[in-house]
Ligand binder design. Sequence first.
Ligand code: NAG
Ligand code: NAG
Ligand code: ZN
Length: 585
Amino acid sequence: MRSLILPVGISLLSLAASFTIPSSPQQILGTSNSETTKEKCPLPLKVTPDYDGLLSSLRYLQDEDILQRQATRLSRAVQVPTTVTDSMKDPYDESFAAFVDFHELLAKLFPLIHSKSRVERVNRLGLIITVNPPQKANKRQRKPLLFTAHQDVVPINDASDWTHPPFSGHFDGEFLWGRGSSDCKNGLIGLLSVIEDLLEQDWTPSRPVVLAFGFDEESRGFLGAGSIAPILEERYGKDGFEFILDEGGTGLSTLGSSSFSSIFEEDNVIYALPDVSEKGAIDIILSLSVPGGHSSIPPKHTGVGIMSEIIYNLENTELDIFTPSLGPDHPSRRMLECQVRHSPQFVEDWLPSALDSDDYAAAAEAIAQSRGEGIRFTLQSSQAADIFNGGVKSNALPEKIQAVVNYRVGLHQTPKLVQERAERIIAPIVEKHNLTWSKASISASDEVDIASGTGGHLALTFNAPLSPAPVSPTDIETSPVWARFAGVARSVFESVPSLKGKTVVVSGDIMTGNTDTRFYWNLSRNIYRWSPAREGRALNIHTVDERIGIDAHLEGMMLYYDLIRGFDLWDGAPVQDEVTERQDI
Ligand SMILES: *[C@@H]1O[C@H](CO)[C@@H](O)[C@H](O)[C@H]1NC(C)=O
Ligand SMILES: *[C@@H]1O[C@H](CO)[C@@H](O)[C@H](O)[C@H]1NC(C)=O
Ligand SMILES: [Zn+2]
C-alpha cells in the first residue's frame, strides 16, 4: 500500500472540455464537508494463503490439462438445458426433469465430492454441499464459509440467432459458448472443481465450507434459495457464516477503457467490484374490471382508457422519488472515492469536490449525467410499465384490463414509499371514474386476485415487496472480514500473469437486480456478489451468444481456491502489517 500510483501532472483544464460539467457546478462546489481527515480508499494488504502444503492456485492458469478439463466440465454442464420460466412452480413437475440429469452429471464429474462430503437435496432440486472439518478440529468454533450459485438458466428466445447452438457448449479454444456459460454455471462448476481439487489433495478444512445451489434464481428463487435459507439458518444460526459469496457484481474493469473517459493511455489500475448491496423491488399489478357491451354504445372512457390514464399519471406526476442520491453510506461513494484516489487522471475534474459536498442529490445527478444510465440506476429508484393487456375484439368493450408496473427501489428508499406514491396517484382517477378499489399484498408464490363484479373495480396487488439489501461493511479498518476478502482478491488478481504490474483496487458496488442472496440476509453480515470476470470475458448474459473466456473461468477458480485457503485457518485477527509477495509452492 505504500506504492501508490500518484497522479501524473495532466492539466485539469485540458480535461474539463472532455467531461460533462454538472448543470449547476456551484451547487456541488458550494459546501464542503469538513470531516475529511480519514484516509480514503486505502489498499487492503495482500493476503496470501498460509503455508498449508497445498498446491498453488496459479496452476489453474499454467496447466493445459486443467484448462482442457475445465472446458469439458463446463461444456457438459451447459449441455444440460436447466431452463426455468416464471410459470414453473412445482419442482416435482416434468418441466424440471433436466435438473435431475444435471445432478447425475455433477455426480459423474465430481466423484470425490460425492463420496467425501455431505450432499443434500432440498425441495427436490436445491443442493447443499458441505465439507466438514474432522470432529476434533471443531473446537475453535470458526464460522463456516458459504459459496453460492444457481443451477438454472434463462430460456432461449430463438436458437437460430445463435452462432453456436445454445446448448452445444461449444469451445473454440478461447470462449466457451452457450446458455449458462457465464450466468452462472461457470461459477457453479468452478466451485465444485476447486473443492474436488482440494479433496484430491487430502485437504480437510478447519471450518465448514458450504456450497448452496438454488434452481430458480432466474424466476426469483423462492423454490431453491427460498427453501435452502431456513435450513442453513437453523443449522448455523443468525450471522452464522463468515461471509457469503454469490454471483453478481461488475467483475474487474479499468476506468481508462470506460465510455466516459477520453484519455488514451495505459490504465494500470484494475477495479475489482463485488456488489455489497442490492436495490429493492416491487411489482404493482393493476387489475381493472368494467362492464362490457357493444362498442357502438361506449362510455366516454373504456377500461383501456382508464388504465392508460393511470399509467400516464404514474409516468408523469410525483417524479421526485425518481431522482438519484449519493448519501454518506452509499457503496458507490466509496467506489468513486477509490477512483479519485487511484485513477485521478481518468475521473471528472469536479468529482473530488462533488464527493466532498453534502448536497447528495446534486452530486448524484452530476455523476449520473456524466456516467450514464447504468450508474444512474445504482443511485435512484426506477419505474417501468412492463405489461398491459386488455380487450378481445374490435366491436366489444374491454371488460378485463391488466397492467404490471415494475419498480426497483434505491438504497435510500423503501418499497412502501413507492407503493404509497402509486396509491396517491391512482386514488383521484378511481374517484373520477366512480370505481371501487381494493388493495392487497402477496408474496410471489400467491395467485393474483383478478378483479370482477358488475360495477367498475380496480384491484391493486403489491407483489413480493423486497427492501434494499443491508449494505455489507467495506471499511478495511473496521471490517477484518472485508479486509481479508479484499486482500485475497487483490493478491489473486495481481498475480495473474497478464495483469503483472497492475494495481488491483477492491471496492464495493451495488446491484440494480437481485440474486439468490435476497434469501440469505440473516446468514451473514458479509455478503458479496461477485462473478470475478475481467472486462470482455463474460459476455451476453441473458441474451444471444452468451459465452465466457476460459481464462475468466480459471481466474474465478483461483479466487475461490485462495479464499478458502485464506480463511480456513484464520482466527479473526487483522492482516499482518506487511505486504508479502506470493510464495508459490
Ligand atoms: C357512482 O356509482 C354509484 C353506485 O355504483 C351510483 O349510485 C352513482 O350514481 C355513480 N355516480 C356517478 C357520478 O356515476
Ligand atoms: C430472517 O429473520 C427474521 C427474524 O427472525 C425472520 O422473520 C425472517 O423470516 C428471516 N428471513 C429469511 C429470509 O429467512
Ligand atoms: Zn445468475
